[in-house]
Design a protein around this ligand. Sequence first.
Ligand SMILES: *Cc1c(COP(=O)(O)O)cnc(C)c1O
Length: 360
Amino acid sequence: MSRVFNFSAGPAALPEAVLKQAQEELLDWHGAGMSVMEMSHRGKAFMSIAQQAEADLRELLAVPDDYKVLFLQGGASSQFGMVPLNLTSDNKKVDYINTGSWSKKAIAEAKRFCDVNIAADTEDSKFTVTPNQQDLQLSGDAAYVHYTPNETIQGVEFPYIPDTGEIPLVADFSSTILSRPLDVTKYGIIYAGAQKNIGPAGLTLVILRESLIGNAIEGTPMMFQYATHAKAGSMYNTPPTYGWYLAGLVFQWLKGKGGLSAMAEINQRKAQALYTAIDASDFYANPVEVKSRSWMNVPFTLADAELDAKFLEEAGAAGLQTLKGHRSVGGMRASIYNAMPEEGVKALIEFMVEFERKYG
Ligand SMILES: *Cc1c(COP(=O)(O)O)cnc(C)c1O
């Protein structure tokens, strides 16, 4: 068996230690005589798994007591709809900041239910910058303000938390949650699909302030109401049990690594090393303004796009896989989430230097 360094944007690499533990526990979880996949979600064994996972996540992110943590299905994309459905029963005015492909999708969905004010739009820059706080045209009386802290496709990350005063701030944290410490108190809702930095696809994490629950618009299906899931401890129906369990193993792994401050140091080193290598060369380029460069998703182009196929082929052969950039951006993209070890980034940089020497 040989594992590659997998730079996929999502579903993305998981920590090897977590996969090994899941393998060990696959057939018989802690003497239960069955796999976690086969257990009742209401049984004692799974309840203990679920509670431990939530407790560990709360510890990692220092989630305050007046916030609920929900383990849902449907992906981040279902939150694009759930957020407006649940927050706009009284007020249809909402603010959105448009900084890339995922912001755009969230905006398109919100427009189906609300009056969307675009508080800032960086498309003119081809989504290579983030707006400054003073450039945000906030309504002041919106039901909430939505933004995307890290645009997975463009590799653009906010270097600050937008200040929205009393208006709840809602954030799609899919590709940067758990990459560093986070001040949850600044947010009304944080949501994330699991398949980038939490666990396997199929699980969606929502952290929300309790006071925002219970305002769903008339006719919202039960499954799309936060109140339903908050009241039932995410067990209104069968939750994604195996994903919840694996996320719990990832939380344990993160705690073992020293928590999110320790991860932040590692992640910053990884990103810094890769951007430094890109900037030091005339052959590779990253278009994002320096202060808004993502720690998690690093897009880069080759000076000659004709060499893209060769780059991908030789990188793949060297055990560096899934580096193809998103079709809307082109070139390459290295996603370097928590599970990507520093050796993986080092190996990529060495490969890039050698590739440039041969073909540059
Ligand atoms: C991947 C991603 C999504 C979509 O997630 P799904 O779970 O596939 O719906 C949404 N937003 C961001 C920022 C993402 O990275």
